[in-house]
Write a protein that binds this ligand. Structure first.
Ligand SMILES: [Zn+2]
Length: 503
């Protein structure tokens, strides 16, 4: 199994991905192949996971799935931020929610971690291999602060510890991931309230002294306080993946300052660039406008499922939403509109119908003497196209296009416009494996309605065929109507009765 998988990496071409650090599409060469270490910044669990986060986690789910499909031994780490993510006024997001709801901060953390996991499961996002939390790694965070202090990249001020960016920037350029220059940043910076302990307004907190009424705090030699948000990711990524690992990912909004700060902390304490490849998912828009709470055009995943928002005409199933998201490349913006969602729903249903038909399709026993070489070549080429599209920076949009080309062939075999005896068994097997593997294993689109081989449906279709044969049109119409209400369309084929989910 392992040898066969290893060969897969070699035989199906080379994977390329866009590295945010170099701004170039690069050949993916893991540091310690076939092992791959991937870290993705997870949610801050103080509210329901929003749609932008869902897109990010679906995008990295595809990357995780495809790398595993290629035979890489992936260790995927995605953290839970349960402390230290501060609002502009310096208040911890989780503490604030706990204060408003009169709950323990850990009750808030548990509630929204559960919600997050439910949403991920609903959208068929595979769990990471390790899901560490910030509060579970306080000792390691304190250790990294001590290292940074001893190396002169951090300083204490009034019970807090800050990262010294001016000093760091003399050795390593700060802001290279986001492309920002230190001089410009200094000009743009302003001192926020309560941050005047800093030598420089740009310096960021590694440890914050807690105000007397602050709930989430721990005792250290500096003060009763809590860690800064950027620190946890540097600590947990390198603890589980080593000083340098392959891929670090997250939403585009995390590139600066979060990811530039992570690089500074790692270089400052471990002398290593943390990740070889940085990957960022792009933002969401609604009808061409940025999605934001203040514009009233942002909706949550469950609102999209139930159509529970003034901008939505209807609800969409989780797999139709997943399919919709995959129709854009992860690095492009994704625009939500009723038209686009409806289009995707149709596309998804077509795909689901094709997959159902294909699963039932069996290669007939015959002497394959007169195979159609051109048709065999066409099918082989489409299968290659699917691999090439995924190898080209995980281009799911292009992959889906090729899968639909394959689906056209499947439908032609089904409707008997083409005969399966025109192709050999090996081509049939490849067509079936490619379509099923790419749809279900790699894109993670699973059947939502599973009524294959449903006895009642079989009985009704037989009854329909009999009614048709005896010209009992009243019954024919009634059966058509009843099944349509259950989401099934009857298809009168040349010499059999077919069916499909309503499109
Ligand atoms: Zn992070």
């Amino acid at each position: 199994m392992h040898i066969a998988k290893k060969l897969l990496i070699v035989t199906i071409g080379k994977l390329k991905l866009t590295n945010s650090l170099t701004r170039k599409k690069e050949l993916f060469e893991p540091i310690n192949s076939p092992k791959v270490g991937m870290y993705v910044c997870g949610p801050t669990v103080y509210s329901n996971v929003h749609l932008g986060n869902l897109r990010t986690f679906i995008s990295f789910d595809i990357i995780n799935r495809y790398l595993k499909f290629l035979g890489y031994k992936v260790r995927y780490v995605r953290n839970i931020t349960d402390v230290g993510h501060l609002l502009d006024n310096g208040e911890d997001k989780i503490s604030k929610k706990a204060r408003i709801d009169k709950l323990e901060p850990m009750e808030i953390v548990q509630k929204f971690t559960n919600d997050f996991h439910n949403v991920m499961k609903t959208f068929n996002v595979l769990p990471p291999d390790i899901e560490p939390s910030a509060t579970g790694h306080l000792l390691e965070q304190i250790e990294m602060i001590e290292t940074l202090l001893s190396r002169g990249f951090a300083y204490q001020a009034n019970g807090s510890v800050y990262f010294d960016l001016i000093k760091y920037n003399k050795l390593h350029p700060y802001g290279k991931l986001s492309g920002r220059k230190m001089a410009d940043l200094i000009n743009q910076s302003r001192t926020l309230e309560g941050q005047d302990d800093k030598k420089n307004p740009l310096d960021f907190a590694l440890w914050k002294k807690a105000a007397p009424n602050h709930i989430m705090k721990w005792k250290t030699k500096w003060s009763y306080g809590f860690p800064g948000w950027h620190l946890e990711c540097s600590v947990m990524s390198t603890k589980y993946l080593g000083k340098q690992f392959d891929i670090h990912g997250g939403g585009l909004d995390l590139k600066f300052p979060h990811h530039d700060c992570e690089i500074a902390q790692c270089l400052g304490s471990l002398d290593k660039e943390p990740a070889k490849y940085w990957m960022h998912t792009n933002m969401l828009t609604v009808n061409g406008q940025k999605m934001s709470k203040s514009l009233g055009n942002s909706f949550l995943p469950w609102q999209l499922i139930y159509g529970n928002h003034k901008l939505l005409d209807r609800g969409y199933s989780p797999m139709a939403i997943r399919f919709f998201m995959l129709q854009s490349h992860y690095a492009s913006t994704l625009d939500f509109s009723n038209e686009a969602l409806n289009g995707s729903l149709k596309g998804y249903t077509k795909l689901a119908n094709g997959i159902r038909i294909l699963k039932e399709m069996i290669y007939p026993k015959h002497d394959a003497l007169n195979v159609n070489a051109a048709l065999i070549n066409q099918i082989s080429k489409i299968c290659d196209d699917c691999h090439n599209a995924m190898n080209d920076d995980f281009n799911t949009a292009l992959t889906i296009g090729h899968l639909f080309n394959l689906l056209k062939k499947v439908n032609s075999f089904y409707s008997k416009q083409l005969s399966l005896t025109d192709i050999n068994q090996a081509t049939f097997n490849r067509m079936k494996t490619t379509l099923l593997t790419f749809t279900e294993e790699i894109l993670g689109i699973k059947p939502e309605k599973n009524i294959n081989g449903h006895n009642l449906l079989k009985f009704l279709l037989e009854d329909y065929a009999k009614a048709k044969a005896t010209k009992n049109y009243k019954k024919v119409d009634l059966l058509r109507q009843l099944l349509a209400e259950e989401g099934i369309t009857i298809n009168d084929m040349k010499d059999f009765i077919g069916w499909a989910y309503n499109e």
